[in-house]
Design a protein around this ligand. Sequence first.
Ligand code: NAP
Length: 288
Amino acid sequence: MLSRISLGSAQFGLDYGIANSTGKVKKSELRLIFKKALHCGINTIDTAIDYEDSESNIGDLKPIKFNIVTKLPKVPSNCINIGDWVKDNVSNSLKKLNVPSLYGILLHRPFDIKKYKDLYNELNKIKESGAVKKIGISIYSPSELDDLLPTYQFDLIQTPLNIFDRRIVDSGWLRRLSDLGIEIHTRSCFLQGLLLLKKHERPLFFDRWSNIFDKWDSFLLESNNDPVGVCLKYPLSFKSINRVIIGVDGYKQFNQILHNVDNINELSTPNIKANDYKLINPSEWVFK
Ligand SMILES: NC(=O)c1ccc[n+]([C@@H]2O[C@H](COP(=O)([O-])OP(=O)(O)OC[C@H]3O[C@@H](n4cnc5c(N)ncnc54)[C@H](OP(=O)(O)O)[C@@H]3O)[C@@H](O)[C@H]2O)c1
């Protein structure tokens, strides 16, 4: 089970997260997380060029035993040569990450592939060079797959999936991706930590979805299950999902996850889902 966990790294470079009270993960804690991860069989890291100094913080710890997936940012509007842009970004990432090759390179903005006609070919060239094993996209909504998958072939897709946000399953895309032999990584299993907050800790912004949160709170109360375990169990219960990316703010949370994965079989998952984009997409959250 643990080998299907991937370490998310937005928190290694950014001071972010609705439930994050401690800021960016400290170097000393990162070292402990890496050591313990390898010891437990967790050997995948998800990062992105856009996560500020996440790549170099990972690279400082010589992550040679990890399979690393990173993401190319939005292509800048003044980009003159897309091939050079791809090569330069990949070579900079390899340098920062301190590794000879990457497991995967994803587009952080998938629609760039339609906008820049050479981008797909350049990604394939990078793959042929051996610098990257798999190419793919990181999506925000399954509709991006409707648009792109008939035309392009990808090896790896990253998508959000959690108790509330089941779009990748309900759209039929999870099954289709698996049938196509595409590797699937899911992120956001704690919905940025929102699913782990107690009722009194949730910002007022979420009051408009109180009917959904009431169901979630009641389930946790009645089942006496740990929300960390329930949130992990949901994506891990799909055999076709190759990696479930988890974000942590520190070593303590990482250990809490390891402990919960150990006990996952005893847990149940509720049938609650939310379709409102304003709730399930953290970039839509507005706090005054
Ligand atoms: N016991 C506990 O309390 C406990 C235990 C575990 C985790 N947690 C909390 O859960 C959080 C992780 O939640 P999660 O694993 O569900 O991951 P998540 O934060 O929902 O998803 C991670 C994704 O969020 C996106 N992101 C990065 N920077 C962002 C920003 N500035 N604003 C908005 N989104 C951004 C990134 O995706 P894109 O790159 O595609 O944008 C990243 O891959 C931790 O930070 C921690 O606070 C708490």
